[in-house]
Design a protein around this ligand. Structure first.
Ligand code: HEM
Ligand code: NAG
Ligand code: NAG
Length: 656
């Protein structure tokens, strides 16, 4: 009986001691490394609860805590790379270098000393390059693996030889044939999107000239999920239809497999959507809890759906897998990721002879469970990243409309006649649209979907760089590579590929007050007067939206193809305008300028569209208030068609 009281007391007494012990041993490691360090004692920064609650409470804490305290705690809030930008370096790192010239790291790296795991943060391109090049030494981050591995181990969550086996097959599945499907389907979906909003537009009399939607970003999500469905599973859905109306003529028995079976609760697409929306939250809760959450507590229906999604996604995918095998047996290999995965796995693609000999089991390189887990990771890794990149690009093009003219010039020179817009060949357009691609590269530079790469050491690792010499990162360190600062290093990005004339113009341009490296200027990516290489290649380690080295994103090409196809189609006949808010102003009647409103003496309230300045401030604020969910995102989703006060209304104006 006594132990019921005794053990908790012992635990409560020892836990603070444990936290203090961890803190001091981390401090010792930091001092040994001879880099600057920042200490935040007693905090356990990598705790999943803090990773979720930190970003949510950040502004609340900022308003209430004294600055000296908040500035420290801010360094442990998930997404700090975006929120704090250069602050941590100006506040803590640079002063330490000034005080102690013997410290290494050239102002780009520091150790974070807390009572959690030891952390090393950096935006040093040399270190980033080294970490990315040595996946055996710098492994996947275990918390990330836990979140992404709920449906089984896959190419993203494995390390070492297990990873190599997954990676060979996955890399073999994203072929140019798949790119071509992605291209065609992105165009088809986007075209249907334009048709559907033009038809349902509430613009009244001008309906053929422009179309307005408040749900653009939700609709971009729909485009992306349909493209993924076509490229991943070989199933086509019309933009305006639901998944139950499959339109793939070469497969008549597909319909049965994709409708919701009587015993199931969710369609495949709904299951994907729910899993993706809950990746960093309820997904990790065991199904028994999700299913038995008391119905009188809030969120019961939602949590039950999360469980159904986790249970039914693999059922749908396995059914699709069986179907794909049948079709492949009849018609030969098809052009989708799933069929390519099955084929690559059966061929044991990329295996060396020795690997084939030593393979303990005969048969395909990946089991069916592993194929399902990898198909899931394609969805989880490919969907949010691509959607959000498109979303930021659209907002940036609203904010800086001159770049619309720039891409429209490219589109119109590639397809001068509207009548040719219905036959856009992947191999003809994609390689010849460097401006559209540079919009994507510039968007990801400023708003990298993955704001940091997180890696871990299992054993001490030595790195040698020109600026810091040779140093050792201790075992069990988490390394965060800061993409936000890497991508805005003035030494790499400022005034890149600018003529003197442009440089002068930029200096006069109010957009560029913060320095060119922070400006949206996609032209920086184009190599002038070059015929072969059209897009600039940044020095190794300086641009990592897709990471680099052996674990570089295998979906990079696919994402680029989708982005260019969607943007090409959107702007092929339209321009984009943000919908201005109407604001009420008191019209005293004495002010000149507003024609025909009221008589001279009368005071009147009139509605006027928001000014350019107010609009631009609203667009900037929308981007600045981004939150790091699974990937960095703006608050522009789940908007009602009547245009609630969130999000951004967009108008597509016919131009040819
Ligand atoms: C703009 C779009 C995308 C961005 C910014 C992006 C970014 C990234 C990054 C940064 C990584 C490395 C993560 C790490 O090492 O911690 C990664 C890995 C990965 N990505 Fe992407 N990705 C995009 C699109 C896609 C697409 C469309 C797919 C699939 C169709 C995909 C599939 C994967 C997979 C499977 C991995 C794991 C590779 C490995 O660990 O070997 N990604 N991606
Ligand atoms: C994509 O569409 C074009 C015609 O628009 C066609 O020639 C090509 O075969 C299609 N590719 C695939 C993989 O469906
Ligand atoms: C543009 O980039 C290329 C690198 O591909 C470089 O050689 C060239 O000097 C740059 N031009 C300017 C004006 O910076």
């Amino acid at each position: 009986m006594l132990s019921v009281i005794y053990y908790p007391i012992v635990f409560l007494a020892l836990y603070p001691l444990y936290l203090i012990y961890v803190y001091f041993s981390n401090l010792l490691q930091a001092k040994r490394m001879n880099f600057p360090y920042v200490s935040v004692p007693l905090l356990v920064q990598n705790h999943p609860v803090w990773m979720v609650s930190g970003p949510m409470t950040r502004l609340w804490l900022k308003a209430r805590l004294p600055t000296f305290l908040f500035n420290r705690i801010a360094l442990s809030i998930y997404g700090y790379e975006f929120f704090e930008a250069r602050e941590p370096f100006t506040n803590y790192v640079e002063p330490q270098h000034r005080a102690d010239p013997n410290l290494i790291g050239s102002g780009k790296s520091y150790a974070l000393v807390t009572s959690g795991r030891f952390e090393f943060h950096t935006w040093d391109a040399e270190i980033a390059r080294e970490v990315a090049a040595r996946p055996k030494d710098f492994c996947q981050f275990d918390i990330g693996n836990w979140v992404m591995g709920i449906l089984g181990q896959n190419v993203l969550t494995t390390d070492g030889s297990e990873w190599a086996r997954h990676r060979r097959i996955v890399a073999g599945a994203v072929t140019e044939r798949v790119s071509s499907v992605v291209w065609n389907e992105s165009i088809r979906q986007t075209r249907d999107f334009l048709t559907s909003i033009t038809e349902s537009s509430n613009d009244g009399s001008t309906k053929t000239e422009s179309a307005t939607t408040y749900r653009m970003f939700d609709l971009v999500k729909r485009i992306a999920v349909h493209v993924l469905y076509a490229a991943g599973m070989g199933n086509k859905i019309d933009f305006t239809l639901s998944e139950n109306d499959i339109t793939d003529p070469d497969d008549s028995d597909k319909k049965a497999g994709d409708t919701v079976k009587p015993s199931m609760h969710l369609s495949y697409i709904d299951a994907v959507k729910i899993i993706n929306e809950n990746i960093a939250g309820p997904n990790i809760i065991p199904n028994v809890i999700l299913l038995n959450w008391p119905s009188w507590l809030p969120g019961a229906a939602w949590l039950r759906n999360v469980a159904y999604a986790k249970i039914e996604f693999p059922i749908h995918t396995r059914a699709a897998l069986a179907r794909e095998r049948q079709i492949a047996a009849k018609t030969g290999e098809r052009n989708n990721v799933m069929s390519a995965l099955i084929a690559a796995s059966e061929r044991n693609e990329g295996a060396t002879d020795a690997e084939k000999k030593s393979a303990t089991k005969k048969g395909p390189a990946l089991s069916d469970e592993e194929v399902v887990a990898n198909l899931y990771i394609f969805t989880a890794a490919g969907f949010d990243t691509t959607t959000n990149t498109l979303a930021y690009a659209l907002v940036l093009l609203c904010r800086h409309p001159k770049w619309q003219d720039w891409i429209i010039e490219e589109i119109d020179s590639l397809v001068p006649h509207v009548s040719n817009l219905n036959k856009l060949e992947y191999t003809e357009i994609f390689p010849n649209a460097p401006r559209l691609l540079s919009i994507m590269l510039e968007t990801l530079r400023l708003f990298p979907a993955i704001i940091h790469l997180a890696k871990m050491t299992q054993a001490p690792q030595t790195i040698t760089t020109a600026s810091s010499g040779t140093f050792t990162i201790p075992a069990y360190t988490t390394i965060y590579i800061n993409n936000v600062l890497l991508h805005s290093d003035p030494a790499v990005w400022r005034n890149l590929n600018m003529s003197d004339v442009e440089r002068k113009a930029a200096a006069d341009d109010e957009d560029d007050v913060d320095g060119d490296e922070l400006a949206f200027r996609p032209a920086r990516w184009l190599v002038p007067n070059s015929n072969e290489q059209k897009i600039w290649t940044p020095p190794k380690g300086t641009y990592l939206p897709w990471s680099a080295g052996p674990r570089v994103c295998p979906g990079q090409r696919m994402a680029q193809v989708e982005f260019v196809a969607v943007m090409f189609t959107l702007f092929s006949r339209h321009r984009l305008e943000p919908v201005r808010k109407q604001t009420t102003v008191q019209n005293s009647g004495l002010k000149a300028g507003v024609e025909g409103l009221g008589t001279m003496s009368e005071k009147k309230e009139v509605l006027v569209p928001e000014s350019d300045q107010a609009l631009n401030e609203r667009l900037e604020a929308l981007m600045a208030s981004s939150q790091p969910k699974l990937t960095l995102e703006m608050d522009v989703y789940d908007i009602k068609e009547d245009g609630s006060d969130r999000g951004l209304g967009l108008r597509w104006v016919r131009r040819r």
